[in-house]
Write a protein that binds this ligand. Structure first.
Ligand SMILES: [Zn+2]
Length: 141
């Protein structure tokens, strides 16, 4: 009876190496995270010239590395699509309602954002924040 007792009945106890490999979770395919998938331009796209005063008041405002330089019409949700220029020279779209709410720090185009991510990958979240604040301060001074 004791031999029956020792017989592995659970999958957590594989019989041999092959069995262990078959039932193990192993490695699975992780699709590469897509970076730089947002719409952007190397040169400014044509702007919409009929602009409301509320939108116009945002022109020239700067948050992080981005500056509002124009209006691209309204989005499907009804908020204004702002053309912003990053310090690196690329152009992207930001929505006016989010732009107004955004604190300003840690605001880059997708390319700079990716660079920042690589640059600070080894730091903890707190260290990342401290480093970004330091960089922002240097930029302002
Ligand atoms: Zn940039």
């Amino acid at each position: 009876m004791s031999s029956v007792k020792n017989y592995p009945t659970s999958l957590s106890v594989p019989l041999n190496r092959t069995a262990a490999r078959v039932i193990s979770k192993g490695t699975h395919y992780i699709p590469p995270k897509k970076n730089n998938t947002r719409e952007y331009w190397e040169t400014p796209p044509p702007l919409v010239t009929s602009v409301t005063e509320a939108v116009k008041s945002l022109f020239g405002t700067r948050k992080g590395s981005l500056t509002v330089i124009g209006y691209l019409g309204s989005s499907s949700s009804g908020s204004a699509r702002l053309l912003v220029r990053c310090d690196c020279g690329k152009y992207e779209v930001r929505l006016s309602n989010r732009w107004r709410k955004h604190s300003g720090i840690n605001n880059y185009c997708q390319f700079c954002e990716y660079t920042q991510k690589l640059k600070f990958a080894h730091l903890s979240d707190g260290e990342k924040r401290a480093e970004r604040e330091r960089t922002e301060k240097l930029k302002r001074d």
